[in-house]
Design a protein around this ligand. Structure first.
Ligand code: ADP
Length: 468
C-alpha cells in the first residue's frame, strides 16, 4: 500500500539491479546500464547478463515444481497479491525502463495479475512436461513474461525464463516476487540476455517445451533449432507479429471509429503485436474521417511517460526508432505521408503518422511503431479487401466499424484472424483471461489466456489397466 502511495516519487531516481537468478552458482556475463527510452541521460539500473554457460548450469539445476496443485494455486495467487502490493514500483519500472504511459502501465499490471490468478485456478490436470523455456519480448515486459511463466508453473514445470534484453529489470522483480510467494528457485530461474541466451535455451536437449513471443522471423529460427535439438514432441507455443487491418464502411459512427482507430494504432506508441497497421476507409467518407482522425492525432500528447498527461511515450530504442523513421522518410519521398507531427528531441520519440497506401499488399513488413497506413475502397470492393488482408498470411487482429448486421457476420467469417473486434478498439487482450492469439504467420496457438493454453504445458498420458 505504501508503495502505491509513494511509488512514483520515490522511484523517480531509484536504480534497480538485475542478474541471472539461478538455483546453483553459475557463470555470469558482463554487466551493462539499462537506459530510459524517454530520457537518454537517465540510467534506470544495471543488468548482469546470463551467457550460454549460465543456461547450461540452470538447466541442470532445474527440477519440476513438486508442490501439489492446491499449493501451486495458493502460491501463484500470493504472487498476484505481491504484484499488486508493489504497484508503485511496477508503474515506475514500466515508465522508466519500457517507456509506458500510466494508462498502459495500469493495464499491463492488471493483465499480469489476471494471468497469475487465471492460471492459479488451473493447476489441476495432466503432469509437468519437465523443463519449460519462456522467451518473452520487451513490449509487454511484465504481462507477457508473467503469462508465459505462470502457465508453465501452473502445470508444475521447471521454468527457465528469458526476458528481452531491453527490459531485464521489471522481469527480475517479477521473478523475485514469484520466489517470495513460494515458488522454489529450482522451479523458476531467470536468465537475462539477448538472442544467444535464447538460442542456448532452444538447443538445450533437456528443455521439454518452449513458449515464445516475439517476431515471426525469430519464431521460425526457434522452430528450426528445436527440430534439430529437442524431442519431436516438444511443443512450441509461439505468439508473433501481425499486419492488422480495420475496415470502416460508410455506415460507421465517425466519432466511435476515430476513437477506436487512435487507440488501436497509437496506444503503446504502436508497439503492440495487436496494433492497427492498415486502415481501409470507404471512399465516400474518407475525406471527412481523415480530417477528424488527424485532428484527434494532433491532440495526442507525445512525451515523457513519467508525466501523467502523456498519451504516447517513446519507442523502445534507437534501432527501433531508426527503422520506423526510415520507413516514414521513404514514404515521404514518394509523397505518401498524409500527416505527421514534430516530436520532443530528448528520447526515442516518433510522432503519430499517417501514410497513404494503395492496399495492404503494399506493406511488406510490420512497422512496430505509431505509424498507420490508410487505403480507401469502394462499396463493391469489400470482398477484394478481405482477400488482400487474408493474403498477407498473418492473422492476429482485425477491426470492423459498421452498422450493417449482415456485414458483421459475413466479414468476420471471411477474415482469417485470431481476434476480431467489431465497433470497438482492437487492443489485444482486454483482460488477461481473454483468449488471445493468431493464425498463420502470427503464431501457433493455442491462445494465451484461453482454456487450452495451459494444457500445452502438460503431458497427458493414457493409462490402460488389465484385470487384477
Ligand atoms: P522483437 O522484434 O520484438 O525484439 P525478437 O524476436 O527479436 O522480437 O525478440 C523476442 C525475444 O526473442 C527476445 O527475448 C529476444 O532476445 C529473443 N531472441 C532473439 N533471437 C533469438 C534466437 N535466435 N533464439 C531464441 N531467442 C531469440
Amino acid at each position: 500500500r505504501e508503495a502505491v502511495e509513494t511509488g512514483r516519487g520515490f522511484f523517480a531516481t531509484h536504480e534497480w539491479q538485475a542478474a541471472p537468478l539461478t538455483a546453483v552458482e553459475a557463470p555470469q556475463g558482463p554487466s551493462d546500464p539499462v537506459a530510459n527510452p524517454a530520457r537518454l541521460s537517465d540510467t534506470v539500473g544495471q543488468v548482469r547478463w546470463a551467457v550460454p554457460e549460465t543456461v547450461a548450469a540452470a538447466a541442470s539445476a532445474a527440477r519440476p515444481w513438486q508442490a501439489s496443485a492446491a499449493e501451486r494455486t495458493v502460491i501463484l495467487n500470493r504472487a498476484a497479491d505481491l504484484f499488486e502490493a508493489n504497484a508503485g514500483e511496477v508503474f515506475a519500472l514500466l515508465h522508466r525502463e519500457a517507456g509506458k504511459t500510466m494508462l498502459d502501465a495500469v493495464a499491463e499490471l492488471r493483465e499480469a495479475v489476471d494471468f497469475l490468478r487465471y492460471y492459479a485456478a488451473r493447476t489441476e490436470g495432466g503432469a509437468a512436461l519437465g523443463i519449460f523455456a519462456c522467451i518473452s519480448p520487451w513490449n509487454f515486459p511484465l504481462a507477457i513474461f508473467t503469462g508465459q511463466v505462470a502457465a508453465a508453473l501452473a502445470a508444475g514445470n521447471a521454468v527457465l525464463a528469458k526476458p528481452a534484453e531491453q527490459t531485464p529489470l521489471i522481469a527480475h522483480r517479477a521473478v523475485e516476487w514469484l520466489h517470495e510467494a513460494g515458488v522454489p528457485r529450482t522451479a523458476l530461474q531467470s536468465l537475462p540476455g539477448a538472442g544467444e541466451v535464447g538460442a542456448a535455451l532452444t538447443s538445450n536437449p533437456t528443455v521439454g517445451g518452449m513458449a515464445f513471443t516475439g517476431s515471426t522471423e525469430t519464431a521460425q529460427i526457434i522452430h528450426r533449432t528445436m527440430a534439430k535439438h529437442l524431442a519431436p514432441g516438444a511443443p512450441l507455443i509461439a505468439e508473433t507479429g501481425g499486419l492488422n487491418a480495420m475496415i470502416v464502411d460508410s455506415t460507421a459512427l465517425p466519432e466511435q471509429a476515430v476513437q477506436a482507430i487512435v487507440e488501436s494504432a497509437f496506444q503503446s506508441a504502436g508497439q503492440r503485436c495487436s496494433a492497427l497497421r492498415c486502415l481501409y476507409v470507404q471512399e465516400d467518407i474518407a475525406e471527412d474521417l481523415l480530417k477528424m482522425l488527424t485532428g484527434a492525432m494532433e491532440a495526442l500528447l507525445v512525451g515523457d511517460p513519467w508525466e501523467l498527461s502523456c498519451d504516447l511515450g517513446p519507442v523502445i530504442d534507437a534501432e527501433a526508432k531508426a527503422g520506423i523513421v526510415a520507413h516514414i522518410e521513404q514514404a515521404a519521398s514518394e509523397g505518401r505521408v498524409i500527416k505527421t507531427f514534430p516530436t520532443p528531441d530528448r528520447g526515442h520519440f516518433v510522432a503519430p503518422t499517417l501514410i497513404r497506401v494503395s492496399g495492404i499488399d503494399q506493406m511488406t513488413r510490420e512497422i512496430f511503431g505509431p505509424v498507420l497506413h490508410v487505403a480507401t475502397f469502394k462499396a463493391t470492393q469489400i470482398d477484394k479487401v478481405i482477400a488482400a488482408i487474408n493474403a498477407t498470411g498473418y492473422g492476429l487482429t482485425f477491426g470492423l466499424q459498421t452498422r450493417i448486421d449482415d456485414r458483421v457476420q459475413h466479414v468476420s467469417e471471411a477474415i482469417h484472424a485470431g481476434n476480431i473486434y467489431v465497433n470497438r478498439n482492437q487492443i489485444g487482450a482486454i483482460v488477461g483471461s481473454q483468449p488471445f492469439g493468431g493464425e498463420g504467420l502470427s503464431g501457433t496457438g493455442p491462445k494465451a489466456g484461453g482454456p487450452l493454453y495451459v494444457d500445452r504445458f502438460r503431458r497427458h498420458e493414457t493409462l490402460l489397466m488389465g484385470g487384477a
